[in-house]
Design a protein around this ligand. Sequence first.
Ligand code: SF4
Ligand code: SF4
Length: 443
Amino acid sequence: MSSATTGLSSEKRHGYGAGEAPEWDYYSKCIHCGLCLNACPTYRMLGFEMDSPRGRIYQMIQVGNGRLEMGDTFVHHIDLCLDCRACETACPSGVEYGRLVEAARAQIEKRYRRPGAKAKLRRLFLEQILPNRRRLDTLGKALGFYQSSGLESLVVKSGALRIFSKRLDRLARLSPRMEKPFFTERLGTVVPAVGERRHRVAFHAGCIANLAFARLNEATVRVLARNGCEVVIPAEQGCCGALHVHAGLRDVARDLARRNIRAFADSGCEAIITNAAGCGSVLKEYPQLFEKEETEYYEAAKRFSDAVRDVTEFLAGIAFKPPSGAVRVKATYQDPCHLLHAQRIRSAPRQLLAAVPGLELVELKETEVCCGSAGIYNVAESEMADKLLEAKMRRIDETGAELIVTANPGCLLQLRGGIARSGQKQRRVAHVIEVLDEAYQNA
Ligand code: SF4
Ligand code: SF4
């Protein structure tokens, strides 16, 4: 589409401020066909064009050409987007919607002043705590003490938090359980392969995952080792920056990317493995953070990203050793959005689950629709997140599965929340890797 057909001058096309912004090359691919609408969770829920991918792209164009103010209305519709990228899978025109919404958010963070304490807390967490391992560890220890000392049950029973602040009460309920010993203790170590060494891989352990999914990280290393991998866990690695990219904080994300690129540069490994779909998607897209400048980091980011593999993708691509122990259970699999839509990985986790003796896999209807987790979306946009979770739990009920399997820590938390809310004590949620690990242990 040329500027003549849209009536936009080249100057107006660049109506955003300095820094990354939605670009003509990307939004002009949208032919407004609407084929993405029914794939979009927020459109399905609300039925408003402005909460659809096509409507959001239209608003981005209007803000870019100065016809729409970057004000509360625009920010509301962009905030409500889950960045789940289901619209990318549905789009016949190859629109990279993730790039667009992340660039729009970068502009919002630079030019729009968010009111209230919630915005300050969000920035404090994303800019001061997540990137700093020491502060994150301290917070993890404090939260661990609160959860294990009995203080939490006292506070919950008294309802004190709810009286003080409903948001704080929700945050406390959604907070993941701290799992001691933290996986941070394993950073800087090398785990040998079980039996003959056939691969040498590096493991990206995440940030919050080191505290709240320490057992999942350990299971991941065990499963890799059982499959002939020597696992290097670089000491200097850190948060991948996924939450920052999704929130539009690209400068912080760039700092984090540089740190990880340096940390893994000399590991001499054939692959960089992650067990978190959201992290993997951003790790694979690091070059986007440097493509405009910093040629040196751009090239290094490309080498880094080429090596990144989701753990399910890696295992399904090597001579995988099927477990001989059984996990006798009826299970269903929820596709994490950033594995299915952003990384286009669908068959690998199913292939691994099919190799587990005794496991009956029942396909979940609408498995491609987001569960409402989406990073910190379930805290920031709690009403929509709750509606999506309720819809997901209804679909899960239809399967009759006792075990819900997924491949992303955020989805694990959200689905566990769904189970807790509905009081379904017979059900549990696990990562694909935890199921494999259980099967190996049962052998
Ligand atoms: S990323 Fe997800 S929520 Fe956002 S517009 Fe696309 S489908 Fe809708
Ligand atoms: S499917 Fe693609 S081209 Fe069609 S409206 Fe959606 S984003 Fe635009």
